[in-house]
Ligand binder design. Structure first.
Ligand code: CAO
Length: 439
């Protein structure tokens, strides 16, 4: 046998109307006696309304944003009757915010359900988008919730250490401390950002076999969090193409001796930098940054190119300035100098500043294509893989051509696919006849 009862707002003190800030129950959810069902917040205190009995919630009569007062019916509970006892009127003590010095004593009034017609339905008020009523919200007292809100910590990602996974003040502190030391974000994502991901739990891998632990370098930790931010906050698309670099390569080799006399080495990268500058001039949206409010585009009339450099401590992206004003040999010298300083850990903060567009070249290593991550606030990045010989049909015969694979990742909020295809094609055309960059 089971009884159905109305759960009403108990005596909540001298409050006329109190905001519902969280609905912690869901329809058809099984709840335990004393389990929190709602969080109410006045300007003086936050309080939770517990379930007066164990049972199943059959109807929810309240939503986030509603204003409730003593006696309002907020839910219908079908009481579990394992013990066969008739539910009784109970007193429940609810924790209040520290601002209210003493705990607020609240009476949860329980009555056997009256026919539905007698129960006035609350007018549904649209819930603010920031609060998602769900039955699986984290279990924490109002004081702990307030504490987490003050610190901007996302309670969904905090692991509770108290009984039944309840989150304590110390759990929130430990979460914030850990997040600060690892450079991860502690706040929930802004409204409209669907990244409410379940947290990764710590796993003891040694249970499965032998392990060793390597500390990440400072650079790896820093670049890791920037890469993660850019990857999830920018809608990336990657456009692939190939440039016929047969003539460019012949020109490069013909001038290698000249480079050597100047004490440097001429690799394909300075040519790519010059081709990128030409393409950025032709397509100014690629040489731009979105304003922080996403309302406008800042177009740049300078051409500073970031170059991804692989160092023993991790990836860094120093910037070569005014690449439009420099020749191939000057760029080659600067590239050698800056990548050496990067590998020696001697880059200065100004070496990283002011980039317009980046190039990540894995051509010296190998691969056919990859999807580079945009180096925000830039809006595009060129990935370059290893060139290879390919037979190309010239209308009469197949000819061996040296093809350079290009992978252009772009911010789809700023650049559309057709522009990206044109930009990459233009780049390939520049590299096919490098003399054109001087036009
Ligand atoms: N195709 C074929 N060969 C290429 C090539 C390409 N696309 N690009 C370079 N090469 C050749 C060079 O000509 C050179 O040949 P030689 O030794 O015969 O002269 C060799 O590969 C090595 O080049 P390099 O790497 O020393 O020089 P670079 O100018 O191409 O690159 C730098 C400089 C600093 C970009 C590079 O050393 C580097 O660090 N690359 C890694 C970048 C990276 O990690 N990107 C990934 C970021 S995402 O994690």
């Amino acid at each position: 046998m089971s009884n159905t009862i109305e759960i009403r707002i108990p005596d909540i003190g001298d409050f006329d109307g109190v905001d519902v800030i969280e609905v912690l129950m869901a329809a058809d959810q099984e709840v335990a006696k004393e389990e929190s069902l709602l969080t109410l917040e006045s300007d003086k205190a936050t309080m939770e309304i517990p379930s007066p009995e164990s049972g199943v919630i059959t109807d929810i009569r309240v939503a986030v944003g509603d204003v409730v007062k003593e006696g309002d019916v907020v839910a219908i509970l079908q009481v579990s009757t394992g013990s066969g006892e008739t539910p009784s009127v109970e007193d429940a003590v609810v924790e209040a915010e520290p601002a209210v010095k003493e705990p607020v004593e609240i009476k949860a009034e329980v009555a056997v359900a009256a026919p539905a017609v007698e129960t006035p339905q609350p007018v549904a008020t649209p819930a603010p988008a920031v609060s998602v009523p769900t039955g699986s919200l984290p279990h924490a007292s109002p004081a702990v919730r307030r504490f987490a809100r003050e610190l901007g910590a996302d309670l969904q990602r905090v692991t509770g250490s108290a009984r039944a996974g309840r989150i304590t003040r110390d759990d929130v502190k430990a979460f914030v401390k850990q997040a600060l030391s690892s450079g991860t974000q502690i706040a929930p994502q802004a409204t409209g950002m669907p990244f409410d991901l379940p947290p990764l739990r710590e796993i003891d891998f040694s249970k499965f076999g032998e392990i060793e632990t390597l500390a990440l370098s400072r650079i790896q930790k820093l670049s890791g969090s920037f890469l993660a931010r850019n990857w999830i906050s920018i809608p990336h698309v990657t456009q692939f193409d190939e440039a016929d670099t047969t003539e460019m390569e012949a020109f490069r080799k013909a001038n290698q001796e000249l480079a050597r006399e100047r004490g440097t080495k001429l690799t394909p990268l300075p040519f790519m930098i010059k081709a990128c500058v030409a393409a950025l001039k032709q397509f100014p949206r690629f040489n731009a940054s979105l304003s922080i409010d996403g309302e406008s585009l800042v177009l740049k009339n300078y051409f500073h190119i970031g170059i991804a450099v692989d160092t023993p401590d991790g990836l860094v992206v120093p910037v070569l300035r005014d690449c439009d004003q420099k020749g191939l040999l000057e760029l080659a010298e600067e590239l050698a100098e800056v990548s050496q300083r990067a590998r020696d850990g001697k880059l200065l903060p100004r070496d990283f500043q002011g980039g317009c567009f980046s190039i990540s070249s894995l051509g010296g290593i190998g691969g056919t294509a990859f999807t580079p991550i945009i180096n925000a606030p830039e809006v595009a990045i060129l990935g370059v893989s290893r060139s290879y010989m390919k037979p190309l049909w010239n209308g009469m015969e197949f000819r061996p051509r040296l093809m350079l694979p290009l992978s252009l990742s772009y911010d789809h909020r700023v650049i559309d696919g057709a522009s990206a295809a044109r930009f990459t094609r233009y780049l390939a055309d520049m590299m096919a006849d490098i003399r054109r960059v001087m036009l």
